[in-house]
Design a protein around this ligand. Structure first.
Ligand code: FES
Length: 105
């Protein structure tokens, strides 16, 4: 299996966003990853949906690993920035981060 550089989890559950906007984001993410050439090669991204990330408000929630970066209230516009700036260019959108996992170095 070709290795992945990052894994993106999108909450598609019904508690963090009333109308399950995460579902639309998850579909949009597939398109953006393909458009930005992130489905293959050294920056390859794994995309997964999850029914809940335990936050359950202020969604949709998107988490990026192994960075341990969680974004909240992700709109289609913010998702596009996450894909281009974070996943492709490696720059975390610091002003949009709402949770960061402590990672032991
Ligand atoms: S339903 Fe999205 S975090 Fe729980």
């Amino acid at each position: 299996m070709e290795p992945y550089a990052r894994h993106v989890l999108v909450c598609t559950g019904g508690f963090c966003s009333d109308d399950r906007r995460g579902r639309a984001l998850y579909s949009r993410l597939a398109f953006l990853l393909q458009r930005e050439g992130l489905l293959f090669g050294p920056k390859r991204i794994k995309r997964s949906e999850t029914p809940c990330l335990g936050v359950c408000h202020g969604g949709p929630i998107v988490a990026v690993y192994p960075d341990g970066i969680w974004y909240a209230r992700v709109t289609p516009e913010l998702l596009e920035r996450i894909v281009v700036e974070h996943l492709k260019e490696g720059r975390v959108l610091e002003d949009k981060v709402f949770h960061r996992l402590a990672v032991d170095g």
